[in-house]
Design a protein around this ligand. Sequence first.
Ligand SMILES: [Zn+2]
Length: 455
Amino acid sequence: MSYIVEYPNACRSIAALSKPPWTKPLNWSLEMTKDGEEHIPFHLYIQSEFDLPGFSSQHSSFSGFSRLPVELQFRILTFCSGPTLYQLMRIPFHRNEAAKLFWEDPNAYYVISSRWFVDGGHPGFTLYDTSFMAHVQNVEIKYSRDFMMHLLLMRGTSPAPDYSRGLGREFWNIFRRRFPAAKKVVFNQTRTALLNYEREWGPVCPFLGKAVRTCPSDIDASVFIWMSKSAGTPRRIGNPVVNDFHGVFHRPIENGEWEGVISSRVEWKRIMMPPKDCQGPVGEWERWEYQDRKITRQIYGLSILSIEALDRYYFDKKDPMPFHCPFSGCEAYLRKPGQWTLHAAETHYQLLFKRRELDFLPDDLRKEFEERYKELNRQREEVIKHREQTIKAWVKGDSEKRGQIQREWVHQIDHDEKCYTGKKGVESILWYSFMQLMSWKRDMGEPLFTFHMEG
Ligand SMILES: [Zn+2]
């Protein structure tokens, strides 16, 4: 079981790490999801690789480039990275051309969850800025096991789930409203979404299959899945090998079948859209929610980064030092840069998912990681402190105080378009989730579920 569930995650995780020869410092800002994917916040993405020679953000030093013939300038733009194009969008002469290339960049996809569309695609159910979505052309829609279970619960499983009501026309209407400029959609189906159902369903979950088959003709939609190369044959016994997995894009063909195209390009950037700027009690609550999730992603990020850090500790220097695998009982001897990263994924991949597993690092490196964890813990304490204030006001407050909190929340949900949920404030899931969480805090001390929110 752990092989099936965790291993593609390990493959994805190491895809986020820099490979030798290392040209940049360790990415301490790395944010990883629990599915082992790197998600890059938009503000970090546009700062990441500003690479046009002779150009700085000071427009005065732009003269060399701007003296070139116009055709040549435009030609050069086609070689620029997304972050560089974004900077060039600030220069009036290049704004349109740079913007066109920036938004159609095939290496950058903006991530959103499928659940959000099924819940109506309302601004009140996302932590992201919905006005930003109007520009986005490449969208990656996350499709996970959690979401599949959500759909099964919604549709009913008895006597059988109603697949005909999968993600169909209704889904695309909502999608179009939010992403009017979208041209490419990749549904990222995590392998666990198919757990136990693969034999019955084939590679693509039927809910998702419906979405791709009913996709508007001007949108190029596919389903991306990390798959074992030996799928369909008995699984290997023993440790898996990184090269045993590959990314496959699935597109529908006739008779309900799927054509799988193995992709060599699986490392596109997954970018998180900017958070929405929402004020008031709802906005404040959501900001801490956003911060909390960011900290969680950074903690996953640190655990993955520690793999690269060890590789570089021994090999990213003038006199490389081959070393023995630090895990007791393991005989591996790492002779070349990058070898340890692969070895860690193949042999000790469970460590990729263990938070704060730092014992394998040399003392000085371990201390540096411990400091980073400590800082993230401090930030989390801050989040907890602020949330506790709200919780305390509710739990310790009398009915008048609770009534006041309710009036403020409901008023904002009813009047602030950034909190719109498609229902009246008092009937909205946004308020309902908050109230449930507060009631649980009052009765049990601890909440049993997370806040209902995409992002
Ligand atoms: Zn080892």
